[in-house]
Structure formats: structure tokens, C-alpha cells
Write a protein that binds this ligand. Structure first.
Ligand code: PMP
Length: 292
């Protein structure tokens, strides 16, 4: 079913509306000029994992794009939970989005209203279980993550996803699940919607998140790895170093922890570290587990 024709409820500008009524006008600044930020979250057993961290990032992303969300972190957390509850979801994906409205239709739009909506839908996993166990295959994207002086690279801003969609489409056309993107200096950065980790001699290696999203899942995985006593090395990684790694996995709210078997010409074997972190992450996100 197309996303505009589903049943259920969406929170829009402070109230719950029927799914089909959550509309915006075609002359919305957010659509034309990408004055739009969003979040991607997951609820497990009815509770949103790291809701506060996502609400904080949502507000911070808006601030980077020069607008203020008219809701506090606590109000956003409550609204998101309301959407999950109202739609009777236990496990679901949650999508807050904020954009400048229709009052002004030019680059400058200082006085436009800031709209906020929150939807939730069923999205069991970005990759099926079989793919997850075998590992996904990654293309290498042509586009690079822009440097911090070229784009607001730490915001989860809709405009930054243009290069992600193009790269993911090209990867899929070539038979890959996703694409690894390099950064503006040619270093390994991340995928089109997930962060990257590698293993070498029992340690985790991951690129420094200095020009791409420092994912909440990435931060969780680092914490889980340290809890297991694994060494975590955040460093600059060049693509030709990929031949020296044993395992590779991607992680993100959508992808959770998913092993990678190939990146372009490089091969990896999903192994004990990836499996351990898949397990740790799946326990960490369960609210009952957290309460225990
Ligand atoms: N990088 C990009 C470009 C993303 O879109 C995402 C998903 N939000 C991530 C990384 C992972 O972030 P998180 O773990 O916070 O979902």
C-alpha cells in the first residue's frame, strides 16, 4: 500500500489526525528548498529505543538548518509514544519529520511556520534474516559525503539524502543491497542510511564520524562492544585498507546490526564478533531487558 493510503493515525502539529488527512500543500518550503529534517526510530515491545536521544538530535538537526522546533524534547517523546500507542504497535518504525511551511516561497523563509509530524509503521527489518546471516553486498558509491564546510553534515537533513537515494538506486540496479560512501577526502565514511564497522585482530574499527551522521546505533554498538571488553578504534580508514579486515557490519535504526559480505572487490566473512553484537543489540533494545 502506498504510504499516503494507509490506515491509522499520524500526529501533526500537536494533534492526532487520521492517516489520510496528514497532508501538506505542494507549495511548502520544505519540499522546494529542503528545509526539512527528520528522525528514524524503532519501538520494541511498545517502547521507543533511545527516544530522548532521537528527540534531542531532531531538535539539533532543525537548529543546524536555522529553525527551532516548537516542541520540547519531553513533548516530542510523549507525542511519539502516543503515535505508537494510538496505532497499537508493539514493534514499529517511527518517523518524526519537521519542515518549513507555505507562507513564503523563496530561498529566504524566515517567518514560515515550522510544521512537525510523527508517523509510525510496521517495518520488521531492512534486510531479511537470510540476507542478514549471509551478509549484504555493498557497492561503492560515486558520490562522496560532503565536507563540513560544504553541507550541514551532522544534521539529519532531508537535503543530504539526495546523494543517498541516487547511490542506493545505482547499487540496487547493479544487484547490491546498498552502497558504501566515501567522504570528501576519499576515506571510508558510511552507507546511505547506516554506519560501518570492521574487525581486525579481534578489535572493532570504525571511521571517525566527523563529516557524517554519528548514528545512535553506532554509539550503542561502541558501548556494547566496550562492555564485552572489545577494543574500539575510531580512525581514518582508506578504502584500500578494506582487504585487511576480517568482518564488516553496518548498523543503524533501520538496519539494526547487519553483517556485510562484500564491498566492491573486498570480501568479508560474518563471524563471532558480528554475531555477538547482533545478539547484544537485540537484547539492548528490548525494554523488559533494560528494566531487568
Ligand atoms: N547514517 C545515515 C546517513 C543515516 O541515515 C542513518 C540512519 N538514521 C545512520 C547513519 C544511522 O543512524 P542511527 O543509528 O541514529 O539510526
Amino acid at each position: 500500500l502506498p504510504f499516503d493510503q494507509r490506515d491509522g493515525y499520524i500526529w501533526m502539529n500537536g494533534r492526532i489526525v487520521a492517516w489520510a488527512d496528514a497532508k501538506l500543500h505542494v507549495l511548502s518550503h520544505g519540499l522546494h528548498y529542503a528545509s526539512c529534517v527528520f528522525e528514524g526510530e524503532r519501538a520494541y515491545e511498545g517502547r521507543i529505543f533511545k527516544s530522548r536521544e532521537h528527540s534531542e538530535r531532531f531538535r539539533a538537526s532543525a537548529q543546524v538548518l536555522d529553525f527551532e522546533l516548537p516542541y520540547s524534547v519531553a513533548e516530542l517523546d510523549a507525542a511519539k509514544q502516543l503515535v505508537v500507542d494510538k496505532n497499537n504497535f508493539q514493534n514499529c518504525y517511527v518517523r518524526p519529520v519537521a519542515w518549513r511551511g507555505s507562507e513564503m516561497m523563496a530561498v529566504a523563509a524566515q517567518n514560515s511556520t515550522i510544521n512537525v509530524a510523527i508517523a509510525a509503521w510496521d517495518w520488521p527489518s531492512m534486510f531479511d534474516m537470510e540476507t542478514k546471516m549471509k551478509g549484504i553486498r555493498l557497492d561503492i558509491a560515486d558520490y562522496r559525503r560532503p565536507d563540513p564546510q560544504t553541507a550541514p553534515c551532522h544534521a539529519k537533513a532531508a537535503g543530504l539524502y539526495m546523494i543517498c537515494t541516487i547511490s542506493k538506486h545505482r547499487a540496487e540496479r547493479r544487484g547490491y543491497a546498498d552502497a558504501m560512501m566515501l567522504d570528501w577526502q576519499g576515506r571510508v565514511a558510511e552507507c546511505t542510511g547506516a554506519n560501518l564497522f570492521f574487525t581486525q585482530k579481534g578489535a572493532l574499527h570504525t571511521p571517525i564520524a566527523d563529516c557524517f551522521l554519528n548514528g545512535i546505533t553506532r554509539q550503542t554498538v561502541i558501548e556494547l562492544a566496550k562492555r564485552r571488553g572489545l577494543e574500539v578504534v575510531e580512525r581514518r580508514i582508506m578504502p584500500d585498507e578494506l582487504s585487511g579486515f576480517d568482518e564488516c557490519f553496518v548498523c543503524g535504526t533501520g538496519a539494526e546490526v547487519t553483517p556485510v559480505s562484500e564491498i566492491g572487490p573486498y570480501r568479508f566473512t560474518p563471524g563471532v564478533i558480528s554475531r555477538a553484537l547482533i545478539e547484544d543489540y537485540s537484547l539492548e533494545v528490548r525494554p523488559r531487558q533494560q528494566a531487568a
